[in-house]
Design a protein around this ligand. Sequence first.
Ligand code: SAH
Length: 211
Amino acid sequence: MTSVNLTEARRLMVTSQIRRRGVKDERVLAAMEAVPRHKFITSKQKLYAYEDSPLPIGHKQTISQPYIVAYMTEQLMIEPEHNVLEIGTGCGYQTAILSELARSVTSVEIVSELARDASACLKKLGYNNISVHHGDGRLGWPDDAPYNRIIVTAAPNRVPKALIEQLDQNGRMIVPVGYTRFSQKLEIVVKDRYNTVEYIPSLAVRFVPLI
Ligand code: SAH
């Protein structure tokens, strides 16, 4: 496909898969239109870059469905001054979307090759407010805490305690929670200015498990 076709396919992805399903935040829609999803996947998968589905990225992991990326990002309500933590970098696609919207993004990935490749890919594309680390995301990343927003893109059985601790006052976190792939639900965790935490259930989803 030529780059004109890819840009057109991406525009279509935003209108037919994302806007049509109810994502309204114009900043999120603009980010989804700006980030070249095809640059985050292998050349074998490139034809499917703007399809309405997740795709394999190796190491038994996937790049999330575009709509889910947009939905979760919209639910986070990211402001330009925010410091954001992502757990599960994968290929770095969601990281790039966050980077378009926030001041800074810290991302933690447990598979060292994925962390290394995502970091190189994001640098090559010119993203310079992102730091990718190899580690266990259940522990968060205390060095850059607290975070105004946290997004988890692999499913734990329950929200890890360290992440709740590293969420700032007035903070918001979104995380898929569930024992099996077939019983997961997104949970939105909201911390108020008195550090009281509230859990709001959201969409049913299917993520790879948090290892
Ligand atoms: N954010 C990605 C989705 C990646 S899939 C996107 O934009 O498409 C989930 C990722 O979480 C995988 O790369 C997997 O290796 C990683 N992961 C699983 N358990 C983890 C853990 N305990 N800590 C950090 N990353 C983890």
